[in-house]
Design a protein around this ligand. Structure first.
Ligand code: MLC
Ligand code: AMP
Length: 507
C-alpha cells in the first residue's frame, strides 16, 4: 500500500480541524494538507519523470517541506532528504550518486545547488523557502487540488537516506513503503497513541527520527502537531501544557533540564517522552524522572531499519529501564552474535543483528556492500555491539563501526580524516569521539604535520568549516609528533580517547 494513502486514511473526520500549528502563528488544517499535497503531487506528475525518480530536497524545516515529502509519496516517487548543514562537496556527492530528477533547495542556495544538479543531469531545480515563497509553490499553485495516490506495493521504494560509512563514501539506504508503514503501525500501537494526543515536533526533518518516527507517529494517529522550526527549550516548555507527546535526541533532554521551569507542573499534561538516536545517559534519565515524575522511554533505531527496539509503554509489559533500549519491537527479530557467527547466550556481549519488515531493501546501487552487511540467513548487521538480559531488555554497549554520534548526528571519522589529510602540511590524522556534556560525544582531531611544517589546530578547524557540515567539525584539534600504534601499525584510537576523555568533562 502507498504509505501516503495509509496516512491519509488516518486523517480525522473533521478535515477543518488543526493538523499543524506553527511557531510563527500559522494553523494548517487536515484539508490544507490534503489539498496542498495533491497540488504538489500533480506538479510532480506533470513533469513526466521516469519511474522511480528521486526527488532530492535540501530545505529549511517548514510545513511546506513536509507537504513536499507527502506529495512525493503520493505521486509515487522517491524522497531523498538532505541535511541543511551539508556543504557543496557533500551535496555534489549525493546528487551525483542518486541522480535525482528533481532537486528542491532554499532560494539562497539556488546558484550553487542548481549548478551541481544540472551538471549531474537533473532536469528540474525548484526553490522552497521557510516563508512559503519559492518556485516550487508558485508552480504548484496552478495545479489541481485533487489527486489519486499512485498505487504502490510494499516493496516499492519510498525514500533514500544517506548514511556515511566507516570506509568509502556515503551509502543510500533504500526504504520501502512497506518498511515505513509497518514501523509506523507498530509504534502507534506499542506507544499507545490515542485520540487527543498532540505532538511537539522539534526535530529536523531530514533524518529518521524527525521525518519518520515523529511525523508518521502523529499523522497515522490523526494527531495534531505543534511545529517548531528549530529546537528551542524555552518554547518547548511553554508548549507542553497543550501537548501530550515529545520526542528528542538526548541533547534535547539535557538542554531542557537546564530550564528552571521544567518540573512536574509544566509537564503535567504530557503522556510520553521518547528519546533515541544516541545513548541517553542514566544521569539524564534519572534527573528527568526526579524533576518531572516522567520516565523517558528510550528506543533504538537506524536509517537502515527505522525503529528496532523500544522500552515498553504499557507497564504490563515491564518497566522502562534506563541504560537499556528495551525489547525488540513486535515483528523484529534481534540476535547477538560472536565473531564466529554464533548466537550468544543471555548477558554476553556481541554484534547486534536484526530482521523484520522494517529492515531496508539495500544500499542504492551498491549490491556488493549490501551483501556484505547481511548474514547468509538474512539478518542485517547493525554495527552496534550489545547484549540482551534475562528479561529480554537490549542494551547497546558500543559500536564495531568507527562512528561518533554527536547531538544525534552521525560523524564518520574516516570521512573527516580524509578531509584533514588533504590539507597542506598534514601527514596524517585521527579523529576520536570524546564525552561532551551537551552533545554526548564530540569529535577531537589529532594531527601529525609533515616534517618541518608547523600547523595550528585552530587553523585546521577553520579550514574544515568551509568544507563540511557544521556538526562534523572537530570541536578541538591538536598537533602531535606521532600517533600511538599497535604492532600492526594501526592507530590505537582507544588510547587517544583515553588521553582526551576529560577535555570537555563537567568540572
Ligand atoms: C550543531 N553543532 C553541532 C551539532 N549541532 N556540533 C556537534 N554535534 C551537533 N549535533 C555545532 C554548531 O554548528 C555550532 O558550531 C555549535 O555546534 C553550537 O551549536 P548550537 O547552536 O548549540 O546547535 P543547535 O543549532 O542548537 O543544534 C543542536 C541540536 C541539533 C542538538 C538541536 O544538532 C539537532 O537538532 N540534533 C538532532 C539530530 C537528529 O535529529 N538526529 C536524528 C538522526 S536519526 P559553531 O562552530 O558554529 O559554534 C537516527 C536514527 C534514530 O539517528 O535512531 O533515530
Ligand atoms: P543513523 O545511521 O543516523 O540512523 O544512526 C543509527 C545509529 O544510532 C545506530 O546504529 C546506533 O549506533 C545509534 N543509536 C540509535 N538509537 C540509539 C540509542 N537509543 N542508544 C544508543 N545508540 C543509538
Amino acid at each position: 500500500m502507498n504509505l501516503f494513502s495509509a496516512l491519509r486514511e488516518a486523517f480525522p473526520e473533521d478535515m477543518d480541524s488543526t493538523a499543524i500549528e506553527t511557531d510563527n502563528g500559522l494553523n494548517y488544517s487536515w484539508r490544507d494538507l490534503d489539498r496542498a499535497t495533491a497540488m504538489l503531487a500533480n506538479l510532480l506528475a506533470a513533469l513526466d519523470l521516469p519511474h522511480g525518480a528521486r526527488i532530492a530536497v535540501q530545505v529549511e524545516k517548514s510545513v511546506e517541506a513536509v507537504m513536499l515529502y507527502l506529495a512525493t509519496l503520493r505521486a509515487g516517487y522517491v524522497f531523498l532528504p538532505l541535511n541543511t548543514a551539508y556543504q557543496s562537496a557533500e551535496i555534489e556527492y549525493f546528487i551525483g550518486n542518486a541522480e535525482p530528477s528533481v532537486v528542491v533547495c532554499s532560494g539562497k542556495n539556488f546558484g550553487w545547488v542548481s549548478k551541481l544538479a544540472f551538471k549531474a543531469g537533473t532536469q528540474h531545480v525548484f526553490t522552497l523557502n521557510e516563508d512559503r515563497t519559492g518556485s516550487l509553490l508558485e508552480r504548484a499553485a496552478h495545479c489541481s487540488d485533487q489527486h489519486q495516490a499512485v498505487a504502490k506495493a510494499d516493496d516499492d521504494l519510498a525514500a533514500i537516506l544517506y548514511t556515511s560509512g566507516t570506509t568509502g563514501r556515503s551509502k543510500g539506504a533504500m526504504l520501502t513503503h512497506g518498511n515505513l508503514l509497518s514501523n509506523a503501525r507498530v509504534l502507534k500501537d506499542y506507544w499507545g497513541w490515542k485520540k487527543g494526543d498532540v505532538l511537539i515536533h522539534a526535530l529536523p526533518i531530514f533524518h529518521v527520527h524527525g521525518l519518520f518516527v515523529a511525523l508518521h507517529g502523529a499523522l497515522i494517529n490523526g494527531s495534531k502537531m505543534i511545529w517548531l522550526s528549530r529546537f528551542d527549550p524555552a518554547l518547548v516548555l511553554k508548549k507542553m501544557p497543550q501537548a501530550t507527546v515529545f520526542m528528542g535526541v538526548p541533547t534535547l533532554y539535557v538542554r531542557l533540564l537546564a530550564e528552571p521551569g521544567l518540573n512536574r507542573e509544566s509537564t503535567r499534561n504530557m503522556r510520553l517522552f521518547v528519546a533515541g538516536s544516541a545513548p541517553l545517559l542514566l544521569e539524564t534519565f534519572n534527573e528527568w524522572k526526579a524533576r518531572t515524575g516522567h520516565t523517558i522511554l528510550e528506543r533504538y533505531g537506524m536509517s537502515e531499519t527505522v525503529m528496532l527496539t523500544s522500552n515498553p509503554y504499557d507497564p504490563a509489559l515491564g518497566e522502562r529501564r534506563g541504560g537499556t533500549v528495551g525489547f525488540p519491537l513486535p515483528g523484529v527479530s534481534l540476535r547477538v552474535q560472536d565473531e564466529a557467527g554464533q548466537s550468544l547466550p543471555v548477558g554476553e556481549i556481541g554484534a547486534i543483528q536484526v530482521k523484520g519488515p522494517n529492515v531496508f531493501k539495500g544500499y542504492w546501487r551498491m549490491p556488493e556492500k549490501t551483501r556484505e552487511e547481511f548474514s547468509a540467513d538474512g539478518y542485517f548487521k547493525t554495527g552496534d555491539v550489545g547484549k540482551i538480559d534475562e528479561r529480554g531488555y537490549v542494551s547497546i554497549v558500543g559500536r564495531s563501526k568507527d562512528l561518533i554520534i554527536s547531538g544525534g548526528y552521525n560523524v564518520y571519522p574516516a570521512e573527516i580524516e580524509g578531509y584533514i589529510n588533504e590539507l597542506p602540511g598534514v601527514a596524517e590524522s585521527a579523529l576520536v569521539g570524546v564525552f561532551h556534556p551537551d552533545f554526548g560525544e564530540v569529535g577531537v582531531a589529532v594531527v601529525i604535520p609533515k616534517p618541518g611544517v608547523k600547523l595550528d589546530g585552530d587553523g585546521i578547524v577553520a579550514e574544515l568549516k568551509s568544507k563540511l557540515a557544521n556538526f562534523k567539525i572537530p570541536k578541538r584539534c591538536f598537533t602531535v609528533g606521532e600517533l600511538p600504534r599497535n604492532t600492526m601499525g594501526k592507530v590505537q584510537k582507544n588510547l587517544l580517547r583515553e588521553q582526551y576523555k576529560d577535555l570537555f568533562a563537567k568540572s
